[in-house]
Design a protein around this ligand. Structure first.
Ligand code: GTP
Ligand code: SPV
Ligand code: MN
Length: 593
């Protein structure tokens, strides 16, 4: 191909071409750039980003292939209050989602889209969520006026010709339109039309709001389609645990945003666990479907990691450090005078001076943070030295355990196992977590975040619970379900559990439970490891006494917890399945003295 063809139309798919022409007519871009996903194209788009000032080239000796981006300071996280599920009826979206009638929202967005790409380029991004050839894989096309979005979608998805090839002449693809407008929070709408398999996002340029394959398609539209088509779209990491004997056990875990999925998915076992190895399948999203053998099979629909930067270092997450060492985009970290980058919790000392995430001068004496707490890396998953070899397998991996976990300073023990699937669904449905910087507002408050999907379920949360319960009937050999909490604190506010690599000890108990080779005792919350079932040899300053503390069930805390759990059920009273009400009654009676 000669360079003159770069950006030219590269598909004859009738429905796609017609929709693009229609969108271009409305948005009126000066130019349409059809992405093909080639390396040459990436170079051209980066050059364009640098020319526009959207990207800054980093020190290429320290950060080969890496670029720096600062977002608008008003646009640094997902915005749940501007996120809408536009179904025919409000009941379909349910009380935990913002709802608007589709016709009304199309009209409003039509007004905002009209002429919105004037003097700009519209990038056409064909992409796949999932490995080519998988029955779970979905095809989408995102039209965007942001070169940053085009480049980031190129990392996060299987982007380009591969997507057209997978689709062939079938007609089932997701339509996504993104335009930045003037990045004004008053004109910011992230809208989903599940019945049309369509997404329209305006007024933002931040990750989860604009990389439409990720939270919008893979979770909100995905969960809607999953219910209709008999599969599950979840906010979960997927990892493989390999034993010294070569046995591989796959686990999926749902923790809310910025609560440890990336870290857990890339875990490196402590030296004590000689010969054990963790493989990363995915760090954020999991699509699951029953297989012919009665087990639940999972794929990671993504192709990269959009991860939290602060706190990432060679001790906390060495595999993440290697993943971001090249060909990575850094958004809203700090920039040093020699085009190196810095963030809170990076290895080594803070630079004596730098520009903070807003572009203002910063020194170690500054009160504000240098990197935004929700600053992110966009890194190709192929950089991860622990990438599971199964990641491109169209059949996915068989899941033996599902883990739910929140960020809870009190109440929740380190680990317990649910009695059965329905009880596990209750445990997931009543999950609580302190809010983090990944979404705007409410930092630190405990809120109910069922299955870590509160911001991502594309339909009524009560119906979503019913779908979970219903799936059990289609899975002859269901995974066991567990709950973990890495974040419990003592009276002085110190973490009771060291976390990170040491989480291997919890994972080991979980894996051994799945294979029926370790004990537990029955308690009011579920099965819990007895002190002799749990390996804490060589954990610093951690013994039987600390184990008892981190596993303790405090009756006063549980009284409050039960009230708080019930508030969610009250708000969902119209649709919450009766099985979960019964589970609640059973829990209450088990907890009663
Ligand atoms: P999203 O990408 O927003 O969905 O988040 P994530 O769930 O992948 O979160 P991530 O792994 O990036 O973790 C975010 C925060 O949790 C960071 O500040 C980590 O330092 C912290 N964290 C992760 N694991 C642990 C742990 O085991 N213990 C403690 N105390 N903190 C942890
Ligand atoms: C999250 O907030 O859960 C993320 C980051 O994984 S974003 O893609 O922005 O949603
Ligand atoms: Mn996430």
């Amino acid at each position: 191909m000669s360079s003159a063809t770069l950006g030219n139309r590269n598909t004859n798919h009738k429905a796609i071409v017609a929709w693009i022409e229609e969108t271009a007519k409305a948005c009126q871009p000066d130019r349409i750039f059809w992405c093909d996903g080639s390396a040459r194209e990436r170079e051209a788009l980066i050059a364009e980003g640098v020319k526009q000032g959207v990207l800054i080239k980093l020190n290429q000796e320290k950060w080969p292939g890496c670029y720096y981006h600062r977002s608008n300071p008003n646009d640094v996280a997902r915005v749940e209050q501007c996120t809408f599920i536009c179904t025919e009826s409000p009941e379909e979206a349910g009380p935990t989602n913002n709802w608007a009638p589709p016709r009304e929202m199309y009209q409003k967005l039509g007004g905002l889209l009209a002429g919105s790409m004037r003097h700009r380029t519209m990038y056409v991004i064909p992409y796949l969520m999932g490995p080519p050839g998988s029955p779970l894989t979905k095809m989408g096309v995102e039209l965007t006026d942001s070169v940053y979005v085009a480049l980031n979608m190129g990392v996060m998805t299987r982007m380009g010709q591969v997507a057209y090839d997978h689709l062939g002449d079938r007609d089932h693809f997701n339509r996504g339109i993104h335009t930045m407008l003037d990045v004004n929070p008053d004109r910011r709408f992230i809208c989903h039309f599940p019945q049309d398999n369509t997404i329209i996002s305006v007024g933002s340029a931040y990750g989860g709001n604009v990389l439409l394959g990720k939270k919008c398609l893979a979770l909100r539209i995905g969960s809607y389609l999953g219910r209709k088509e008999g599969w599950m779209a979840e906010h979960m990491l997927i990892l493989g645990v390999e034993s010294p004997a070569g046995e591989k056990t796959f686990v999926a875990a749902a923790f809310p945003s910025a609560c440890g999925k990336t870290n857990f998915a890339m875990l490196i076992p402590p030296a004590h666990f000689k010969g054990w190895k963790i493989w990363t399948v995915g760090d954020d999203i999991c699509w699951m479907k029953p297989g012919a053998d009665g087990r639940l099979y999972a794929i990671n629909p993504e192709n990269g990691y959009f991860g939290v930067v602060p706190g990432t270092n060679s001790k906390s997450n060495p595999n993440a450090m290697k993943s971001i060492a090249r060909d990575t985009f850094f958004t809203n970290v700090a920039l040093t005078p020699d085009f190196d980058i810095w963030w809170e919790g990076k290895d080594g000392p803070a630079p004596s001076q730098c520009l903070d995430w807003r572009g203002n001068p910063w020194t170690p004496a500054s009160k504000e943070k240098a990197a935004h707490p929700n600053s992110r890396f966009t890194a190709p998953m192929r950089n991860n030295p622990a990438l599971a070899s199964e990641v491109d397998d169209p059949n996915g991996v068989p899941i033996s355990a599902i883990i739910f976990g929140g960020r809870r300073a009190a109440t929740m023990p380190l680990v317990f196992e649910a009695f059965n699937w329905a009880h596990g669904v209750y445990v997931g449905a009543t999950m609580g977590s302190e809010m983090t910087a990944a979404a705007v507002g409410g930092l630190g408050q405990v809120r109910r975040d069922p299955m870590a999907m509160l911001p991502f379920a594309g339909y009524n949360m009560g119906d979503y619970f019913a779908h979970w319960l219903h799936m059990r009937k289609r899975i002859a050999r269901p995974p066991r379900i567990f709950h973990v909490n890495w974040f419990r604190k003592d009276e002085q506010g110190n973490f009771l559990w060291p976390g990170y690599g040491e989480n291997m000890r919890v994972l080991k108990w979980i894996v051994d439970r799945c294979h029926g080779r370790v004990g537990a005792s029955e308690g009011p919350l579920g099965w819990m490891p007895r002190v002799e079932d749990f390996d804490f040899t060589n954990v610093r300053e951690f013994g039987a006494e600390q184990f008892a503390k981190v596993q303790a069930i405090n009756p006063e805390e549980w009284k409050r917890e039960l009230v708080s759990q019930n508030e969610l059920f009250v708000s969902l009273h119209a649709t919450v399945p009766k099985e979960l009400i019964f589970e609640r009654e059973l829990l209450v009676s088990r907890l009663m003295p």
